[in-house]
Design a protein. Structure first.
Length: 490
């Protein structure tokens, strides 16, 4: 090929599906790890560095976690719209890195509570950039039959970041002091910078409806390069080396029989393209967002209450309070396998089982009341169960957000016009997660202070149990007729 000499260094590696998934997973891990670093040490930092009263620590911790959720909530739609409009997805990635680096520096040197609030706010904006863009990249570039496993890999990064961060920082704080906690975050940011800039994006010039369609063979190297990694065009299935299903369905439309006219109806008028609101009118996407919120409430409630609970109940230091998060982290090793299982079984059964197990684990956690080996062992077992439910619901939620769009496009070819609103859909996912991050601390902190540990765990358990009901009734991919779905789209 004549232009082979002009290809960037390690072009095939840097533009490969594996490298993209790895880059997104590490970006999510870095962002969530740095977020989690502060969890076990912030109560000590508030008292020793900021000068807060010990009795105010729980209240101030809740404020900081809620601020993160609030800025993630506000930043997600902004980055979702930005990701669909800007010419390169590296730009929001870079903005996320700037916010992440700045917030890390502020946390390391802050001596006042307002500075900590600003630092947590920047972390929220960083997460909005990383998750919206990163998950959209994965969904755009991984075929549907492998998206579960790919999202399982990103879930490992997310879970290990959130849960390994507190564990590592607690140990380092007790061993090397406060500033030592930021050595690993700085190293991760350096690695993250290298990977994000190494990732190759191609111009948005492939396969537009207005351009002539060349003949493409699936085993052709040139076809692979022509279709390589247009992150803004969800019609490009680069890993399969062929045109998108939507393009092929348009060409085959006259062969679809009597229902073909109703299939084409949503896209026949450019001014009546389906939008993200079209997906929100069906129960499937809202249910995935509800599951995301519920999972985030569980995670943020644990981050808010567990360190202080273990310090008070078991007389542990920040080191022990951080190490207990290992029980929540271990189940994430099964992320890829769970993704494959969900790919084969669907989301409904595993989703209901996960919410039911989460409900039982939360309610039983109220039995942990004293400093004894039996009670510590019970807490570890229950945290293992919660960790497994968290990673399962994470994968289910992320898969559903992507699969809803895929199924909609399969039944309504061209319904979204030139590109599907995948970034906006994951912006909604982020907003749902942010809502949980916002509600979790606000709910868990005051309930524990005023009602006690038993009341808090009971309320959170009932929340998970109630969520299982609509999920069991309406989740999954219903098989509607084309005519019915067409009527809904109008």
């Amino acid at each position: 090929m004549g232009n082979s000499d002009q290809k960037p260094w390690l072009f095939n590696l840097r533009s490969s599906e594996t490298f993209l998934v790895l880059t997104v997973s590490i970006a999510i891990f870095t962002d969530s790890f740095i977020y989690g670093v502060i969890v076990p040490i912030i109560p000590v930092a508030l008292v020793e560095r900021v000068g807060a009263r010990p009795e105010d620590a729980q209240y101030l911790v809740s404020i900081l976690l809620a601020v993160y959720g609030g800025t993630l909530l506000a930043g997600s739609p902004l980055f979702g719209y930005f990701a669909d409009k800007c010419s390169s997805r590296k730009l929001p990635f870079v903005l996320g890195l700037i916010a992440l680096g700045t917030s890390t520096a502020l946390f390391a040197f802050a001596r006042t509570f307002p500075i900590l609030v600003i630092a947590r706010s920047l972390q929220g904006f960083s997460a909005a950039a990383v998750w919206v863009v990163g998950l959209a990249i994965v969904s755009d570039n991984v075929p549907p039959e492998r998206v579960g496993a790919a999202l399982g890999m990103t879930t490992i990064g997310l879970t290990w970041g959130f849960l390994l961060g507190p564990m590592v920082s607690g140990y380092i704080h007790d061993t090397f002091g406060y500033y030592g906690c930021y050595a690993i975050p700085v190293g991760l940011i350096v690695v993250d910078v290298v990977l994000r800039f190494a990732m190759i994006e191609m111009p948005k010039a492939n396969l537009r409806k207005s351009e002539p369609v060349p003949e493409v063979h699936t085993d052709s190297d040139s076809a692979y390069e022509d279709n390589i990694y247009d992150t803004f065009n969800s019609n490009d299935v680069r890993s399969q080396g062929r045109f998108s299903r939507r393009e092929r369905e348009r060409e085959d439309a006259p062969l679809l029989g009597p229902s073909s006219q109703s299939v084409q109806h949503p896209a026949k008028d450019d001014e009546q393209h389906a939008t993200i609101l079209s997906l929100l009118r069906t129960p499937r996407l809202p249910l995935s967002l509800l599951a995301t919120t519920s999972m985030a409430i569980t995670l943020s409630a644990l981050e808010t209450s567990l360190p202080l609970f273990t310090m008070e109940t078991f007389a542990w230091t920040p080191k022990g309070a951080g190490l207990i998060f290992l029980a929540l982290t271990v189940p994430s090793f099964a992320g890829v396998q769970l993704g494959k299982l969900i790919d084969s079984m669907g989301v409904r059964i595993l989703g209901v089982i996960s919410f039911a197990a989460c409900c039982c684990a939360w309610i039983l956690m109220r039995l942990v009341t004293e400093n004894s080996p039996g009670h510590i062992a019970l807490l570890v077992v229950l945290l293992l169960i919660l960790g497994l439910t968290i990673v399962t619901i994470e994968i289910i939620s992320m898969m559903e957000v992507s699969q809803v769009i895929t199924d909609y496009e399969a039944e309504f070819p061209g319904a979204f016009g030139e590109k599907s609103p995948i970034a906006q859909a994951y912006a909604l996912f982020n907003m749902s997660f942010a809502a949980g991050q916002l509600v979790g601390p606000i709910m868990a902190g005051p309930i524990r202070v005023n009602g006690g540990w038993g009341t808090m765990t009971l309320v959170l358990g009932l929340l998970a149990g109630v969520t299982a009901i609509p999920f069991g009734l309406f989740s999954g991919s219903p098989r509607k007729t084309v005519e019915t779905e067409s009527t809904d789209a109008v």
